[in-house]
Design a protein around this ligand. Structure first.
Ligand SMILES: [Zn+2]
Length: 104
């Protein structure tokens, strides 16, 4: 089986800054958690033991935390989770729009 390309992604660009994406089995950094956004370390951690769609949603969720923290928005966990679900669904349901943006 060929591994999905996204699983090889090591760096994200968030607000034009590089952010390391680390997918790993939960260790010390997580207690029943899905991921972490570590602004000072420039890093996003994702629990790689979760199903693929949950990992991808978590990448969106933690990226929104990163944007929140970078800009001092102080958004609630509920707002972040709601926005993550909305953005994830928008990306998934509108591939032509996403491709149009990528191809600009
Ligand atoms: Zn969160």
């Amino acid at each position: 089986m060929i591994e999905a390309k996204w699983k090889n992604t090591k760096t994200l660009s968030i607000c034009s800054l590089p952010v390391s994406l680390v997918r790993e089995d939960p260790g010390e950094w997580v207690d029943n958690g899905m991921g972490r956004s570590l602004l000072k370390d420039g890093k996003i951690l994702v629990n790689s033991s979760m199903p693929d769609d949950t990992q991808l949603w978590t990448i969106v969720h933690e990226s929104l935390h990163h944007i929140d923290d970078m800009n001092g928005l102080d958004l609630s966990e509920q707002v972040i989770s709601t926005m993550a679900t909305g953005v994830f669904d928008f990306i998934k349901q509108n591939p032509e729009i996403i491709k149009g943006i990528i191809d600009l």
